[in-house]
Design a protein around this ligand. Structure first.
Ligand code: HQG
Length: 187
């Protein structure tokens, strides 16, 4: 069981790479909305020594802990739900977030975050979590987690805009430092 889960994780990581960052790594192109035909993707994976059966792909999509990928309605196309560095239009619509959201990071980034706020870096947006538990998981990818509470209510009042990705991640352009507070329960 564990080995299957590990296999799925490595397939998921590779799919994230090609569907978010480097489609050219296996010679595919994403359409303007980030979609690629499933058939082309499977052919390209096979041609690059990473053969994957359609059923396996469906299982990876269905079991992805963060619902990283989505099929279109007839299952002929696939895309990553968020996290792109290549230029795609996911058709996100502005949405009002809960009053507080969370951002998980690590202590070494805190001074810079306090100085500049949360910046999106190479991604298209700053990513915020709906719960502190999820933010802890995000922070743990890099080390001991540090969680900020984000005063999203204040941000909305200031006219800043939020989007929510298909998989429930909250996205915004920039979080100015004045809307950030340490989540004292974390750590
Ligand atoms: C930090 C994963 C210094 C920020 C997760 C983070 C998420 C600053 C890192 C998604 C900074 C960026 C995104 C500033 C922000 N100075 N450091 N001013 N502002 N940072 O990976 O939020 O597995 O681009 O705290 O679950 O960690 O990919 O963003 O540590 O949803 O599906 O700069 O990625 O999902 O790192 O993670 P990232 P993130 P997936």
């Amino acid at each position: 069981m564990k080995r299957l889960a590990d296999q799925h994780k490595s397939i998921s990581k590779f799919l994230s790479l090609v569907l978010r960052h480097e489609p050219g790594a296996i010679g595919i192109a994403l359409d303007p909305n980030g979609w690629v035909s499933v058939e082309k993707l499977l052919d390209a994976l096979a041609a690059h020594g990473k053969p994957l059966a359609r059923a396996e792909l469906e299982e990876v999509v269905a079991t992805s802990d963060k619902r990283r990928f989505a099929f279109n309605s007839d299952g002929s196309m696939i895309r990553a739900n968020q996290g792109h560095s290549v230029d795609v239009d996911l058709g996100l619509r502005p949405m009002i977030p809960p009053d507080i959201l969370y951002h998980g990071t690590v202590p070494r980034y805190v001074p810079s975050i306090r100085a500049h706020g949360l910046v999106k870096g190479k991604r298209h947006h700053v990513h915020l979590s709906a719960t502190r538990e999820l933010a802890i998981v995000v922070g743990k990818r890099r080390g001991e987690p540090y969680v900020f509470q984000v005063d999203t209510r204040g941000m909305v009042a200031a006219g800043l805009v939020f989007y929510r990705s298909e998989n429930g991640v909250w996205l915004t352009d920039h979080v100015p430092a004045r809307f950030l507070d340490e989540d004292s329960r974390a750590g």
